[in-house]
Design a binder for this molecule. Structure first.
Ligand code: HAM
Length: 419
């Protein structure tokens, strides 16, 4: 047998309703927030991710699925959705549309990471990207969307951690201060941090190793190094969040693992998923579009990890709704199969989901099957039903039955479903 590749997962028919529930909710929320879907290819030119995410990041230096295509181009399966949206925005001159423009996506993303619970090599994200404004009101709108999404899915005990990492100007001074602080402690730190010291010093604040974490706790704080404009932006966003009742805490250790961020960065985290507790991450990235050849454009966005959300919903016993069949039509014997098929076709035409028995099961087995697939109603067709042109519609959850003329079934069931 050929097995599934490591770090990937099938979504089986018995589980897919959970994905539909989450995706439908998020799509509905997107339309409430005036966001439209954008779809970009599953692969892009490798250069896009190197330039936007940054070659000093783990994602670019270690985790990308990169290959040469038959035309000799370097291609990468997208490790995230933000850079492709920025590429599309610039390439299609979307700045000519009315701005701000809010776009959302539901995508598979690929990272060659060490798989564990909540960390996969193919995973899925719901993302929102808001283009065309540098105002902190858009940061608020974006964070409020994420907050409404997570709470709307019934999730509990999730905290919002917020930080500002300033602009390239304030970050220069801050990075120098950080390097000054860590220089004398580097010997005690892990190998990854030694490497980060040169390549990506901000990430020294993000190490999970207890020793590095303890050393990082005493590091200079970015908020002490923000320039006046970045500080005003951060303060305004904090004030707006307070006013709108979105609970948050400023966490100066949130730096994010991607290089394109400027100013606002945030993560929604839970303690209930172990080491993979970040269910949503995002921030502002005002220099990304210009760095890949477009016009300077203020942007802010986030992505929610769908596997992590679904895991957490399962853990917290959240309600995923139900996906079930309306009517299962059963035949007393194989002689009535044609009649059953006719009825099922009429029900489907009337917009009622229906199915019937076609494999020669006994009536008892048909009832069992109807129960297993969660059918709302069962209708048995036998010789007498055909002769009298009357059937019984059985409610399969409470066992009650009502009589109905064969020709009235669609109308009667429509009434039940639509009130
Ligand atoms: P990210 O923090 O790399 O940000 O990923 C966002 C979310 O995707 C994470 O918080 C996590 O829930 C999920 N995720 C990441 N890697 C994995 C994995 N290997 N397995 C399962 N889930 C994972 C971004 O991707 C940015 N593009 C977010 C963004 C949008 N920033 C601005 N706009």
């Amino acid at each position: 047998m050929i097995n599934i590749p490591k770090g990937t997962k099938d979504v089986l028919p018995s589980e897919s309703y959970k994905w539909h529930y989450v995706e439908d909710k998020l799509r509905r929320l997107a339309s409430l927030y005036n966001a439209r879907e954008i779809r970009t290819p599953v692969f892009e030119h490798t250069e896009l991710f190197v330039r936007s995410i940054g070659d000093g990041t783990d994602v670019v230096s270690k985790e990308m699925y990169t290959f040469e295509d038959k035309g000799g181009r370097s291609i990468t399966l997208k490790p995230e959705g933000t850079a492709p949206v920025a590429r599309s925005f610039a390439e299609n001159s979307l700045d000519a549309l009315s701005l701000p423009l809010k776009m959302y996506y539901i995508i598979p993303a690929f990272r060659y990471e060490r798989p564990q619970a909540g960390r996969l090599r193919e995973f899925h994200q719901f993302g929102l990207e808001v283009y065309g404004a540098t105002s902190p009101y858009l940061d608020l709108d974006c964070i409020s969307f994420a907050y409404d999404a997570l709470t709307g899915l019934g999730l509990k005990n999730i905290r919002l951690h917020l930080n500002s990492i300033g602009c390239p100007e304030c970050r220069k001074t801050y990075t120098a201060a950080l390097k000054g602080y860590f220089a004398s402690r580097l010997d005690e730190m892990c190998d990854t941090c030694k490497d980060r010291y040169e390549r990506n010093p901000l990430r020294l604040l993000d190490c999970k190793s207890p020793i590095c974490k303890a050393i990082a706790a005493g590091a200079p704080k970015i908020t002490d190094y923000l320039c006046d404009d970045c500080r005003a932006h951060h303060d305004k966003l904090c004030a707006l969040l307070e006013k709108s009742g979105v609970p948050y805490e400023v966490d100066e250790n949130i730096v994010r693992g991607l290089d394109y961020y400027t100013r606002t960065v945030f993560e929604f985290v839970t303690e209930e998923l172990g080491a993979q507790g970040t269910v949503c991450g995002g921030g502002r990235y005002d220099n990304l579009v210009s760095s890949i050849g477009g016009k300077p454009t203020g942007c802010v966005g986030f992505a929610i990890g769908l596997e992590r959300i679904i895991m957490l919903m399962e853990k917290q016993g959240a309600d995923f709704g139900k996906e079930n069949l309306g009517v299962f039509v059963m035949s007393q014997s194989s002689e009535q199969t044609d009649e059953c098929i006719k009825l099922v076709a009429a029900l489907r035409k009337a917009g009622i989901s229906a199915d019937t028995e076609m494999t020669g099961k006994s009536l008892k087995a048909q009832f069992k099957y109807a129960d297993k697939i969660n059918a709302d109603y069962g209708i048995v067709i036998g010789a007498s039903e055909i002769e009298t042109k009357k059937v019984k519609i059985k409610n399969l959850s409470d066992g009650t039955e009502e009589e109905c003329a064969l020709g009235d079934i669609e109308a009667r069931l429509k009434e039940k479903y639509n009130g």
